[in-house]
Ligand binder design. Structure first.
Ligand code: ADP
Ligand code: MG
Length: 418
């Protein structure tokens, strides 16, 4: 037991069927079916290997999203191939989650064998919980398809998905109600490192927030500003665009259309409230970059062309943000400063991440795309901690009891170890 949660040390696994929820959600190229980063898959390896070595029949559950928040789910087939390579042993895969085919395959597994099910978010209940803002209690989650169909086939549940620990969903919080449960090795390590780190971060403590997961970013900003964990927040990416729009700045019609088309219009209003409360602590871009005829063009605020799409922060912003980073003692980063996948719009992300590599401050980077960016700009080894979680990390830092932590603690109380 650690933190009131069972660890893998609390159980015998030989011959047991273990449902193990991992987070292998990676940036994916949908056209070629290839993964642009495999960092999270590599992070799952110790737990999967240990379970298999200890004779468990390992059934892995995972989700895969897409670039824009929770839309465009993708299958987990490439993940099985990658995991197989990393483990050096076979990983079976099936394009089914809870149906008869998946259940048959689970029941036929032998000791040590590993099966990855398809994307759990293909089961609608798993996603409606956040898409439709439905709130099922953990007890109610027991009645969902994924728990009803899979729990009877399993002896134990292991959650290693620290990066998804802030999601209140059946595959994450439902099984602990009905099966003896433990956290995996990755979950255990991230929990330890991050909680130690946050006990008293050295000041000034700066949060760099960018990327495209708007609802997460807003919760983060609100919590870290409210509980004073953050002395300053630097914003970029789509988050920065929304904040600029809220200030009444011109960010280009295509940027604004994109915000409304993605249903983020309401956040412009939320951003205004954020300014009213914490104005001085939230920094927004001073200039932005657009792409015109394949070339990068930068504009100061006030001069942005009407039709533009803001895809990166500009040079003045880069300079200012780097100064703030060099003046900080602790820097948490989640989300890139622009569409860093394209060369013309990578400068902001590249410069900020290089600053993270250079600064003497304690640096933590979390999030699928952000971790991919640390590798792309070769700063991985110079950061102090890389966390698989983005949203989970920030909420954990904000002192929230994450839903999965709560569920695992419940499981530990109800079933204990063995
Ligand atoms: P992380 O995975 O690190 O948590 P996110 O998933 O929130 O980060 O954001 C990454 C995505 O945000 C990238 O695909 C990137 O192209 C996109 N992005 C960054 N800046 C912009 C922008 N200005 N407009 C649209 N998308 C953006
Ligand atoms: Mg991402």
């Amino acid at each position: 037991m650690r933190f009131g949660i069972q660890t893998l040390d609390g159980f015998e696994f030989c011959g047991k069927t273990v449902l193990c929820r991992v987070d292998m959600n990676q940036p994916v190229n949908r056209e070629t079916g290839t993964l642009k980063s495999t960092a999270r898959i590599a992070a799952c390896v110790p737990t999967v290997r240990e379970l298999s070595d200890r004779g468990a029949k390992v059934v892995l559950m995972a989700h895969q999203g897409s670039d824009i928040e929770y839309q465009n789910f993708y299958c987990t087939k490439p993940h099985a191939k990658e995991l197989e390579k990393l483990l050096g042993r076979e990983v079976k895969w099936i394009d089914d989650v809870t149906g008869p085919a998946a259940r048959q395959m689970i029941s036929e597994l032998k000791k040590g064998e590993i099966l990855l099910l398809d994307n759990v978010r293909f089961v609608s209940e798993e996603q409606t919980l956040f898409e439709m803002k439905l709130a099922l209690t953990h007890e109610q989650q027991v009645m969902t398809q994924v728990v009803r169909k899979l729990a009877p086939l399993a002896d134990l549940y292991v959650c290693d998905a620290f990066a998804a620990a802030h999601r209140d969903q059946p595959s994450l919080c439902g099984f602990e109600q009905v099966l003896p449960s433990a956290m995996g090795r990755l979950f255990e390590r991230e929990y330890c490192v991050v909680s130690e780190l946050m006990e008293s971060p050295e000041r000034p403590c700066v949060f760099v927030l960018g990327g495209a997961k708007i609802s997460d970013a807003f919760i983060m900003m609100e919590t870290v500003l409210e509980n004073k964990a953050a002395d300053q927040v630097l914003t970029g990416g789509l988050v920065g665009n929304i904040l600029l729009a809220a200030k009444g700045e011109q960010i280009g019609r295509r940027s604004l259309d994109f915000i409304y088309r993605s249903n983020y219009g309401e956040y412009i209003e939320k951003a205004r409230k954020l300014y009213e409360r914490y104005g001085g602590k939230v920094m927004t871009p001073l200039d932005i970059a657009c792409v015109e005829k394949g070339e990068r063009k930068e504009y100061g605020l006030g001069n942005v062309p009407e039709e533009a799409a803001a895809v990166d922060i500009g040079s003045d912003t880069i300079k200012r943000y780097r100064e703030v980073i060099f003046g900080a003692k602790t820097v948490f980063t989640n989300g890139p400063m622009g569409v860093f996948e394209e060369k013309v719009s990578e400068s902001g992300t590249k410069a900020v991440f290089e600053a993270l590599g250079e600064t003497k401050a304690y640096t933590v980077v979390g999030g699928g795309d952000s971790v991919a960016a640390t590798a792309k700009y070769a700063v991985t080894d110079r950061l102090d901690y890389i966390c698989t979680g983005g949203g989970a990390l920030i909420r954990f830092l904000a002192g929230e009891e994450l839903p999965v932590v709560k569920a695992l603690r419940y499981g530990a109380k109800k079933f204990g170890g063995q």
